[in-house]
Design a protein around this ligand. Structure first.
Ligand SMILES: Cc1cc2nc3c(=O)[nH]c(=O)nc-3n(C[C@H](O)[C@H](O)[C@H](O)COP(=O)(O)O)c2cc1C
Length: 291
């Protein structure tokens, strides 16, 4: 299944792009409206894009009253709602409010690098949300944690049904002439191709640790990238930064994915699932034969 990454596609502005996907993920919604951070809040670097949007969104009530019904009307695909907050109670109240809505899945954004307010611990948030709703919960984790596999186990035990991996990683860029930060708040979240190796490692570790369904994302620009995430244990793949430069990316990547599977000698992309976990077959001695 192909999705967009939260915050990387406005489906009401570009419904034709969203309709190429199997499910649409909203921008993260917080209890109260947020304007986000001061500009400049986007910077291009040679290694990817930095954003410091800061969870700009209309807030839970306006989202439930206006945005979600409009999305359900315009799109004929399942809608995943990304939920954020600054305490376990914030998250749980939003989940409870979503319970009678059109949300197919709730993705808990436990990993935004662009807000200063500290959120409660990931397990506490997931447990509170589990009590608040029967809608499937995906925990979106950061690969910045030194042991993301252990975090994945903890949120699985707290009741997460799946994982979304990975969010952006904190970075900074300087103006080459002034040597001042390019972003108003100095740092932002790095996204794009440079994240791919980090995403592969996180998906590999979390699938090995939990076996939970995973939406893999981070630097996907081609079908080959998507196939590699699937081989590491992602059931589904989300497209983020690529959507800003290529609105046809979903259809293109879907076609490339089938080609990449053929090149890897698997009948369909699904047959590549978990391949990266299969141990290399060793001869009887247990030692690898190199010549
Ligand atoms: C402009 C921008 C806004 C984003 N907003 C959100 C957000 O609201 N919630 C969230 O969970 N992730 C957000 N992300 C992170 C993406 O969903 C995704 O995890 C990350 O960009 C890695 O994927 P990519 O390298 O394919 O872009 C945002 C990313 C970008 C570039």
């Amino acid at each position: 299944m192909l999705l967009n990454a939260s915050g990387c596609l406005d489906a009401l502005v570009a419904p034709d792009v969203a309709r190429q996907l199997d499910a649409f993920v909203t921008k993260t919604i917080t209890p109260l409206p947020r304007e986000g951070n001061a500009p400049p809040r986007i910077a291009e670097t040679a290694y990817g894009m930095l954003n410091a949007i800061g969870l700009a969104n209309p807030g839970r009530d306006a989202f439930l009253r206006q945005t979600l019904p409009r999305l359900a009307e315009v799109l004929e695909i399942p809608i995943w709602v990304s939920v954020g907050g600054f305490s376990a109670q914030d998250y749980a109240e939003t989940c409870a409010a979503m319970d009678r809505s059109d949300a197919a899945v709730i993705e808990l954004n436990l990993s935004c690098p662009n807000v200063d307010e500290a959120a409660d611990g990931a397990t506490e948030i997931v447990a509170a949300c589990r009590d608040a709703t029967a809608i499937p919960l995906y925990a979106k984790l950061s690969a910045a944690h030194p042991d993301v596999g252990a975090v994945a186990v903890a949120v699985a035990e707290a009741g997460a049904d799946g994982l979304s991996l990975i969010n952006t990683l904190r970075g900074a860029a300087l103006d080459p002439r002034t040597l001042k930060p390019a972003l108003a708040r100095t740092t932002g979240g790095l996204s794009g191709p440079s994240l791919k190796p980090v995403a592969l490692a996180a998906v590999h570790a979390c699938y090995a640790a939990t076996g939970l369904p995973i939406v893999g994302m981070g630097g996907v620009t081609t079908g080959q990238d998507a196939l590699e995430l699937i081989a590491c244990g992602a059931r589904d793949v989300a497209l983020g930064t690529v959507l800003f430069s290529d609105p046809d990316a979903p259809a293109r990547i879907r076609a490339e994915l089938a080609e990449a599977a053929k090149r890897a000698d698997v009948a369909t992309p699904d047959d590549a699932f978990g391949r990266a976990h299969e141990r290399e077959k060793l001869p009887h001695s247990g030692r690898k034969v190199t010549a």
